[in-house]
Design a protein around this ligand. Structure first.
Ligand code: NCD
Length: 315
C-alpha cells in the first residue's frame, strides 16, 4: 500500500491490520515516553487547503510520535491563497523531499490527482477531499466502535450503526459507509430526503426518514454536522424543525439501548444536530474519538511509510 486515498482501496485484511497496529501504538501513546523512532529522518507535510482542527493536529501528533519531521502548510499564509496550483505546490513539496503528504482540499479528487501525477513521489494521504472521502476518520471511528462493542472479534460483524444528518455533504459518511460495510456492520442512514445524495439506493445501507424508529435498535448513533458552509440552497425549514426531527437530544438518548454509544466526528453544532447534554453525557465517546485518532493516524503512517503492520501482541 503506497497511498490512502479512499476506503475503497483497502481490503478487509488491510483495514484490520491498520486497526490492530493502532491498538499496539495506543499502548505507546498511553505510556510515559510517547515517542517511537520508526520514522526518524522522514519528512511529512501536512497540506491543509481547507480548515481543520482535529484532523490536522492529530496527524501532526501522530507523525511526531513516530519521530518524523513535520512541515505544516496551510492555505492561509501560503501561496495557495495566492492561487498557486496543486501542481506547483506538489513540485515544491517534491523539491523539499517530502516522504508523505497529508492533504485536505475542498475539491473532491485532489488527493487522487496528486497521487496519479508525476509531480511528487511520496505517499499521499487523504485527510478529507470535498464531499468525497475522509478515510482516516472512518478508520478511527471503526477503531472506537471495536473498542466499545467489538467483543473481542476483529471485525464489526452484526453491529448496527445509524449515521444521522447531513449525509449529502459528508465525506465522513461516505468513508464510514464503505468501511463499516467492509467490516460487516449494518448501516442505516437517517436524514431528511433533501440531505441524502442522489444514487443512495445503490449504497450498501438501509435508509430511514424517521430517527425515532431507528434510535432504539442500533448499537451506535453517529451524528453528522450540518455543513452550512456547503449549503447554497435551503435544505430544511429552520434549525428548530431540524433538531426536532433529526437532532439527538436527551429524550432520544433515553430510547437507546443501554450499551449503545454516541459518536460525532466534530466540529459539533451544539443545539442543532446534538444537544449539549448529550454531547457531554456518559454515552458520548466524542472526546475519545479524538484521542483514538492519534493512534489510528500513527498506524496509517506506520503501515504506509514503515511498510509493514506491527506484530500484534509484540512489544
Ligand atoms: C469532518 C470533516 O472535516 O470532514 N471533521 C473532521 O475531520 N473531524 C466532519 C465535518 O466537518 O463535519
Amino acid at each position: 500500500m503506497r497511498h490512502l486515498l479512499s476506503i475503497a482501496d483497502l481490503s478487509k485484511p488491510e483495514a484490520i491490520s491498520i486497526l490492530d497496529t493502532a491498538v499496539e501504538l495506543a499502548r505507546v501513546s498511553d505510556g510515559a515516553v510517547k515517542k517511537l523512532p520508526t520514522l526518524r529522518g522522514r519528512t511529512i507535510v501536512n497540506l491543509f487547503a481547507e480548515d481543520s482542527t482535529r484532523t490536522r493536529i492529530s496527524f501532526e501528533a501522530a507523525a511526531k510520535r513516530l519521530s518524523a519531521d513535520v512541515i505544516n502548510f496551510s492555505a492561509k499564509g501560503s501561496s495557495l491563497s495566492k492561487g498557486e496550483s496543486l501542481k506547483d505546490t506538489a513540485l515544491t513539496l517534491q523539491a523539499m523531499g517530502a516522504d508523505a503528504v497529508i492533504i485536505r482540499h475542498s475539491s473532491s479528487g485532489a488527493p487522487q490527482r496528486l497521487a496519479d501525477s508525476s509531480w511528487m513521489q511520496g505517499s499521499v494521504i487523504n485527510a478529507g477531499d470535498g464531499t468525497h472521502e475522509h478515510p482516516s476518520q472512518a478508520l478511527l471511528d471503526a477503531f472506537t466502535i471495536r473498542k466499545h462493542l467489538g467483543k473481542g472479534s476483529s471485525d464489526l460483524q452484526g453491529i448496527k450503526v445509524a449515521i444521522v444528518g447531513d449525509v449529502l455533504h459528508s465525506r465522513v459518511a461516505r468513508s464510514n459507509v464503505l468501511l463499516l460495510n467492509l467490516l460487516g456492520a449494518k448501516v442505516t442512514l437517517v436524514a431528511p430526503p433533501t440531505l441524502l445524495p442522489v444514487g443512495v439506493e445503490s449504497w450498501p445501507v438501509a435508509v430511514s426518514y424517521n430517527f425515532d424508529e431507528v434510535v432504539a435498535s442500533v448499537d451506535v448513533v453517529m451524528m453528522l454536522r450540518v455543513q452550512q458552509e456547503r449549503m447554497s440552497d435551503l435544505f430544511f425549514p429552520n434549525a428548530r424543525e431540524y433538531s426536532r426531527y433529526f437532532g439527538l437530544n436527551s429524550e432520544r438518548l433515553a430510547l437507546m439501548k443501554p450499551s449503545s454509544i454516541v459518536m460525532h466526528p466534530g466540529p459539533m453544532n451544539r443545539g442543532l444536530e446534538i444537544s449539549a447534554d448529550v454531547a457531554d453525557s456518559a454515552r458520548s465517546v466524542i472526546v475519545e474519538q479524538v484521542a483514538n485518532g492519534v493512534s489510528v493516524r500513527m498506524a496509517i503512517l506506520y503501515v504506509l511509510l514503515a511498510g509493514q503492520p506491527l506484530e500484534v501482541g509484540g512489544n
